[in-house]
Design a protein around this ligand. Structure first.
Ligand code: ATP
Ligand code: MG
Length: 203
């Protein structure tokens, strides 16, 4: 087959792909209300996926709320970066360190509840296009919050607001209602080779 025929065949094939794609898209509806996105699994990339989405939203001038559960007041690259956008990003950190640092269950429960009240208000307020609840799955796994309450707050969010929940071991009740679920699959992690968390990569 000569090059000319090959090119013509390629053009024809691409036209077919394009029209099939257009037909498929015509059946889809645009999301009029905010979506519920759930990022879970044991592999690395859950929080970075959420912060990547925050960047995408900010590119459109959207308003974003972030509540970081679990992480405490650790200095992270993401927090330092998003603090540059105070009119678009509202940031709340739960305040305590990791549970195995504090070893104070009552204190962790109180901090989780306070963070959830802020999250609930953000979701209901109608002021945000996107609310990220980072590591919320972890406090739910420890039963620091009632999953039923959290689900109710998520489903009662303002219609303009998308919500993104991250963390391992997402509860089934959340999975049942999420519009999107992604499970990160670990294949290899430098931690297994004895390499510690790295600035700019892990935090
Ligand atoms: P990231 O914030 O890098 O996107 P993540 O949100 O998916 O990671 P978390 O469960 O929140 O992961 O854990 C945060 C920290 O644990 C990060 O420093 C990350 O590199 C590390 N980590 C994530 N997955 C693994 C793994 N499979 N083995 C060891 N360490 C991990
Ligand atoms: Mg994370």
């Amino acid at each position: 087959m000569n090059t000319k025929t090959e090119n013509a065949e390629h053009t024809e094939a691409m036209k077919n792909v394009q029209s099939a794609h257009r037909e498929k898209m015509a059946t889809k509806k645009s999301a009029e209300r905010g979506l519920f996105l759930l990022i879970t699994g044991d592999g690395k990339g859950k929080s970075t996926s959420a912060f990547g989405t925050v960047i995408r939203a900010l590119g459109w001038g959207h308003k974003v709320g972030v509540v970081q559960y679990v992480k405490g007041n650790w200095k992270t690259g993401e927090r330092q970066f998003f603090q540059r956008f105070p009119d678009l990003v509202t940031w709340h950190t739960m305040g305590q360190g990791f549970t195995w640092d504090t070893q104070d269950r009552e204190q962790d429960i109180a901090a989780s509840k306070a963070a959830w009240e802020i999250s609930r208000e953000m979701l209901a307020s109608g002021e945000y296009d996107l609310v990220v609840l980072d590591e919320l799955n972890i406090v739910l796994r420890y039963d620091y919050l009632l999953v039923e309450d959290v689900l109710e707050g998520i489903m009662a969010r303002h219609e303009r607001t998308s919500v993104m929940v991250t963390g391992r071991d997402a509860k089934d009740l959340l999975r049942d209602k999420a519009d999107l679920i992604t499970e990160m699959t670990p294949i290899r992690h430098p931690f297994e080779a004895g390499i510690k968390a790295k600035r700019g990569i892990d935090y």
